[in-house]
Write a protein that binds this ligand. Structure first.
Ligand SMILES: Cc1cc2nc3c(=O)[nH]c(=O)nc-3n(C[C@H](O)[C@H](O)[C@H](O)COP(=O)(O)O)c2cc1C
Length: 370
């Protein structure tokens, strides 16, 4: 597959503005969704730790912040301590996140989510998705009535996000969660209206997107985090074009659950297959695209933007390790580096265990004492 570069005469850089509908996004840096486990409790209500986390990232200078995966349905959470948007009781806390993000001139989106078959036993004894997962005993397929309840939960969740003051939402259609399961022929074996060809597999997403647009209006941003390999990159391209035709405003290209048939990255392409997939999909759509995954450094981020390979770059771990990453890059200041913990980022357990965060906190304590 070949790439066509969209290099324009006035070449953008990492700190170029981007006009989107009624918004002017101040730069091309995105803080993507990052669940902060153990911050909230079983009620999914925002607390002071969430506010401090988003305030620090918003003050740190990105153009867009996508608040972490937030559950539209209590029985579809990915953990018992995930933020929620399934009830009006969540609105006051979420509005504090929207406020602190917007106060810093950052476009404020929130990722709305249902885990589907990946719902863990601590949340539901019978995880459900488009079709049962043979590797998950007790898993089952959703009935059409249940699909419609979940569809309405996404639409109501988006309306709550709007009431809380967010500029828009991001639908979590990646990483093997519910919308990704429906879209992908790898997971979706249904023979009814919510399965079959691409349009059937995307019927749930279609109804959600149309419903959100109807209740939240034209100016409300609808971003879709798409698993670029759903299940192949060729399918991902078709899904992306279809989502654009539905009026999605931004595509955020990540991975799609299944690790089979991964796209082959050209030898001279210095980023991984996830970024590669995003850059390929960019050549097939006109709406802005966010590329993500192991972009890591300002040099690499700049290269992607300056070559026109993507419109936005998302950096998660770098901005977790250094909340002021964007400002530091802009001002040519040192960055507190992510230490790439193996086998897994320590934030999955608790951000207090992140060695980069610990290093930053101790250097700040040292500064205060000196
Ligand atoms: C601790 C942790 C939590 C994450 N939570 C989410 C999430 O809520 N929603 C989501 O779509 N991706 C989530 N991700 C994936 C990130 O958004 C991002 O795609 C990934 O970390 C790769 O980007 P990076 O190499 O810049 O870190 C999470 C990643 C980490 C490390």
């Amino acid at each position: 597959m070949s790439l066509k570069f969209n290099i324009s005469s006035d070449m953008p850089d990492l700190f170029s503005e981007y006009p989107l509908k009624i918004f002017t996004i101040k730069n091309r840096i995105v803080f993507p969704p990052v669940v902060c486990f153990h911050y909230s409790g079983d009620d999914g209500i925002v607390n002071e730790r969430n506010i401090a986390h988003y305030t620090a990232r918003a003050e740190g200078g990105p153009g867009i912040i996508v608040t972490e995966a937030t559950a539209v349905w209590k029985d579809g959470r990915l953990a018992p301590f995930q933020l929620g948007i399934w009830s009006d009781e969540h609105i006051p806390g979420l509005s504090r996140i929207a406020e602190t993000v917007k106060k810093n001139g950052v476009l404020s989106l929130i990722q709305i989510h249902h885990a589907g078959l990946i719902t863990p036993p601590s949340v539901s004894g019978s995880p459900a998705g488009p079709s049962p997962d043979e590797k998950k005993p007790g898993s089952r397929s959703l009935s059409v009535d249940e699909i419609r309840i979940i569809r309405d939960a996404f639409i109501t969740g988006a309306l709550r996000a709007k009431k809380a003051g967010f500029d828009g939402i991001e639908l979590h259609g990646a990483h093997g969660y519910l919308l990704n399961q429906f879209a992908s022929s790898f997971f979706n074996k249904r023979e009814d209206e919510y399965g079959g060809d691409l349009y059937g597999r995307l019927k749930l997403a279609t109804e959600i997107i149309r419903g959100i647009r109807a209740v939240c209006g034209e100016d409300f941003i609808i971003d879709y985090r798409l698993g670029a390999n759903t299940p192949t990159l060729e399918d991902g391209i078709e899904v992306a074009k279809y989502l654009e035709s539905l009026g999605v405003d931004i595509l955020h290209l990540s991975h799609g659950g299944s690790l089979q048939n991964l796209p082959r990255t050209p030898k001279d392409f210095e980023f991984n297959w996830i970024v590669y997939s995003g850059t390929v999909i960019k050549t097939h759509v006109k709406i802005p695209v966010i590329a993500v995954n192991e972009i890591k450094t300002p040099e690499r981020a700049s290269k992607l933007i300056e070559k026109g390979l993507t419109d936005f770059v998302a950096l998660a771990r770098p901005q977790m390790a250094d909340p002021s990453w964007a400002n530091h890059v802009k001002n040519n200041e040192p960055i507190n580096l992510c230490l790439s913990c193996k086998p897994k980022c320590r934030w999955y357990e608790d951000s207090n265990l992140c060695p980069a965060v610990i290093k930053l906190a101790s250097s700040r304590a040292g500064e205060l004492m000196s």
